[in-house]
Design a protein around this ligand. Structure first.
Ligand SMILES: [Zn+2]
Length: 336
């Protein structure tokens, strides 16, 4: 095949939104990324609709997680829901969170900047992770529609403005977003629109032309939108799921061991992490703040501590921890 054919094939692949199908170099390290969904100052996302779980997750727990990530080389994507439940925006523009002082809110933000932002791409998880936020009136619309369902039915301009407002709330709090995580589900058939809205919102608020999106699972990052001007949105596409039922606590030592084994056995031979490494593409896995916190027992965190220790011990020389944006760029480089 001559060079022009190769070149036109490359252009075609670009037009089709395809990325590198794998890592060409067999010896290349497997990009590895941990996704944490649903963090927000103080409040446990699950408690919005479930009174059986603790109402809050302490700031000290997130700091403990961030310190563990730093000690173990872990990198990834970490959500900050900018106005969880419509209770109050993180920037303090409508007052303080109930039961918390300004100093406590600022300490939460400082914790994110010190322990999380250096190792994780931060994204809003739309605005409230609940009902729709009325941007003009600056208040929560009473349901029943949740923002993911509402957003998917809106024209591009409205989606863009809504996502821009989420990024603006974080920016006003001193936290820079690198893309978007969609709360619950948004039809993946509309990923191109979601990608376009996200990158145009990021361009407007942060001057970014390249963003990551987490909406749906998959085997590797893929371009979901690329504009004529090169503006690009890449979907992260994790393949390995959470141990979500730790959210409700009540886990035994046996449960914790079994769940760690589900990711990677003590001998490093089996488990979902190992299967992904054997495929030779990437290892992207996700969890939630409330799963890690385990309703106060930190049982989900113990599962991941055990699994990551095994992963690093057995495959430390085969993997390379990356932030959400780094792994997207690795598979889907920005156009030059
Ligand atoms: Zn979520």
């Amino acid at each position: 095949m001559n060079r022009s054919l190769i070149f036109s094939g490359w252009i075609l692949a670009g037009l089709l939104g395809l990325c590198q199908t794998g890592l060409a170099d067999e010896a290349a390290k497997i990009p590895t990324c941990m996704i944490v969904d649903d963090p927000s100052p103080f409040f446990n996302m699950r408690s919005l609709k479930d009174t059986n779980v603790c109402h809050e997750i302490p700031t000290s727990f997130y700091a403990e997680f961030g310190q563990w990530a730093a000690q173990n080389g872990v990198k990834g994507k970490f959500s900050v829901v900018p106005c969880l439940g419509g209770i109050n925006p993180i920037d303090g523009s409508l007052g303080e969170y109930p039961g918390h002082t300004r100093e406590e809110r600022l300490a939460w933000i400082a914790m994110i900047k010190e322990w999380i932002a250096p190792r994780f791409t931060i994204t809003p998880e739309v605005i409230t992770h609940w009902y729709v936020w009325d941007i003009a009136a600056k208040r929560l619309n009473a349901g029943p529609q949740t923002e993911n369902n509402w957003l998917a039915a809106q024209p591009l301009a409205v989606q863009t403005e809504y996502i821009a407002e989420a990024m603006r709330m974080l920016k006003n709090a001193g936290i820079e977003a690198g893309g978007l995580t969609m709360c619950w589900s948004y039809p993946k058939e509309k990923n191109a629109t979601l990608g376009e809205a996200t990158v145009r919102a990021a361009e407007k608020v942060l001057g970014l032309k390249y963003v990551m999106v987490f909406n749906d699972p998959g085997e590797q990052p893929e371009v979901i939108y690329r504009g004529d001007d090169g503006a690009t949105a890449v979907s992260l596409h994790p393949a390995v799921t959470d141990v979500y039922d730790h959210t409700f606590g009540k886990k035994t030592e046996q449960d914790i061991l079994q769940d760690a084994d589900r990711y990677i056995t003590a001998d490093g031979q089996r488990g979902l992490f190992v299967e992904q490494i054997k495929k030779g593409k990437c290892l992207i896995f996700y969890t939630h703040a409330q799963s890690l916190y385990g309703n106060g027992a930190k049982s989900g965190f113990r599962v991941f501590q055990m699994a990551v220790e095994r992963l690093n011990r057995h495959y430390g020389n085969r993997i390379e921890w990356m932030t959400g944006l780094e792994i997207c760029r690795k598979f889907c480089p920005p156009p030059r």
